[in-house]
Design a binder for this molecule. Structure first.
Ligand code: C2E
Ligand code: MG
Ligand code: MG
Ligand code: MG
Length: 283
């Protein structure tokens, strides 16, 4: 890390950094056993249509129930999994697990799975996805793979080829956290994404910042003309939802509409049109 920062920023000894490094190493060691110990699990957050009345699918979000620390956020352990290479095994597990879960849902419900750059960089991702579909029997068109701009990095021909191979399987490709990386527009030209997810930082600010609103508007317009769906991520307030409806966004995801929750709740949640859904059975 410190090398990449360049300019010798960390030349002086900083005890708190050593402490951090130690904690990271501990976590990495624990993470090695997490899969076998069944400490990893997926939560599912609903993605709604723009009216907020229909759920169109769910995003699988990983959690780690650490025996001592309790539930660890993916923001903390996914980077460790990536640096240690553990993400390959963990990511393969998540893919099959999410597809298996989704295969039990009503057939109009999609499942979105996040892919790490490391998974993308490895040979055999396409086979891995094909395998997950095969063993779970999930219809390929119901699976969405979320990648970030950093996954594509240089939009190299190899990466573009892999995306096309994935698309030929029949799965959908989503550009996640759109607007936070570099050369976004270049990616849009290089590859036909099925969906863009506007990063939540823009949604958070769009009611107060003209700049954020302008970006939301531009992305929505671009999505429309490129025939891509546009999902707003991190919708927390009714004012944001109203503004997104006005801007012509196509889907909504956020705490206002639903938090990530356990798979067990989903079949009842999706007995579709929410208005006509009977009250959930007592648990
Ligand atoms: P992401 O893919 O952009 O996922 C959206 C994140 O925003 C999730 O955080 C979700 O819980 C959170 N979120 C959704 N709605 C709201 C809202 O209204 N307000 C706020 N404040 N947050 C909201 P989470 O679950 O902590 O995941 C964080 C990141 O970790 C994900 O960002 C993704 O990059 C990564 N991640 C999670 N699960 C996986 C996984 O299975 N594989 C990989 N490779 N990465 C994962
Ligand atoms: Mg995502
Ligand atoms: Mg995102
Ligand atoms: Mg994110």
């Amino acid at each position: 890390e410190s090398k990449r920062q360049g300019k010798g920023r960390y030349t002086t000894f900083r005890p708190e950094l050593a402490q951090l490094a130690r904690e990271r190493l501990d976590l990495e060691n624990d993470l090695r056993n997490a899969l076998a110990q069944k400490e990893l699990f997926l939560l599912y957050q609903p993605i709604h249509d723009i009216t907020g009345t229909h759920i169109t699918g769910f995003e699988a979000l990983m959690r780690w129930r650490h025996p001592v620390r309790g539930v660890v956020s993916p923001l903390e352990f996914i980077p460790i999994a990536e640096n240690s290479g553990l993400i390959l095994e963990i990511g393969a597990w998540a893919l099959v697990e999410a597809c298996r879960e989704a295969s039990r849902w009503p057939s109009d419900q999609r499942i979105s799975v996040n892919l790490s750059p490391a998974q993308f960089g490895r040979q055999g991702l396409v086979d891995e996805v094909a395998h997950a579909l095969e063993v779970t029997g999930l219809l390929p068109s119901r699976l969405e793979l979320e990648i970030t701009e950093s996954t594509l990095l240089d939009a190299s021909q190899r990466n573009i080829d892999i995306l096309h191979q994935l698309k030929r399987l029949g799965v959908r490709i989503v550009l996640d956290d759109f607007g936070t990386g570099y050369s976004s527009l270049h990616y849009l030209r290089s590859f036909p994404f099925d969906r863009l997810k506007i990063d939540q930082s823009f949604i958070r600010e769009m009611c107060d910042s003209r700049e954020a609103l302008a970006i939301v508007r531009a992305v929505t317009g671009m999505g429309k003309s490129l025939e891509m769906e546009v999902t707003a991520e991190g919708v927390e307030r009714p004012e944001q939802m109203a503004l997104l409806q006005q801007e012509g966004c196509s889907h909504l995801q956020g705490f206002l509409l639903g938090r990530p929750g356990p798979a067990a709740d989903i079949v009842s949640e999706t007995a579709n049109t929410l208005e006509s859904t009977p009250p959930p059975a007592p648990r």
